[in-house]
Design a protein around this ligand. Structure first.
Ligand SMILES: [Zn+2]
Length: 155
């Protein structure tokens, strides 16, 4: 045996790398660190984060859903208010039309009476039975309207 043969074979140090997570030395080709058990692939770790990202997206979606529901509730409320306002306007419009009709009816009665009165000399001489009937009916109409107006205005 020669001296050379006695020498131990030189140890071929396996190529070393360091763990991404704990910085301990590991085999260059190791997929999982035997110190901390973490996977060395960036993609694998990204997939592990995917769960967290999914949960965050779910939370964001829930918030958006809550916001949308609240906006829809606001819109429904606004629609109800608009409907109430429209009802009030419609009612006011109806009253205005009724008041306008009253004014026209009263004006017609007054004009008709004013047309007859010049003929009504001394104690109603000069009035025919028909003009007397018109005067009676129109003055009773005006009386009725006057009572209505007083009632409506609270007098
Ligand atoms: Zn490690």
């Amino acid at each position: 045996m020669t001296k050379r043969q006695l020498q131990p074979a030189p140890l071929v140090a396996p190529q070393q790398s360091t763990c991404r997570h704990c910085r301990e030395p590991i085999n260059l080709n190791a997929r999982i660190c035997y110190h901390c058990g973490q996977h060395q692939s960036l993609w694998f770790n990204a997939f592990r984060f995917a769960n967290t990202i999914s949960v965050l997206l779910l939370i964001v979606s829930i918030f958006q859903l809550i916001l949308a529901s609240s906006e829809r509730a606001d819109a429904t409320d606004a629609l109800k208010k608009a409907q109430l306002a429209l009802d009030k306007v419609t009612l006011a419009e109806g009253r205005a039309l009724a008041a306008q009709k009253d004014v026209v009816d009263v004006a017609e009665a007054v004009i008709q009476i004013a047309g007859i009165l010049p003929h009504a000399t001394g104690y109603g001489a000069g009035l025919t039975d028909s003009t007397r009937a018109i005067l009676k009916s129109q003055s009773s109409f005006l009386n009725k309207k006057l009572i209505e107006f007083k009632k409506a205005s609270g007098k």
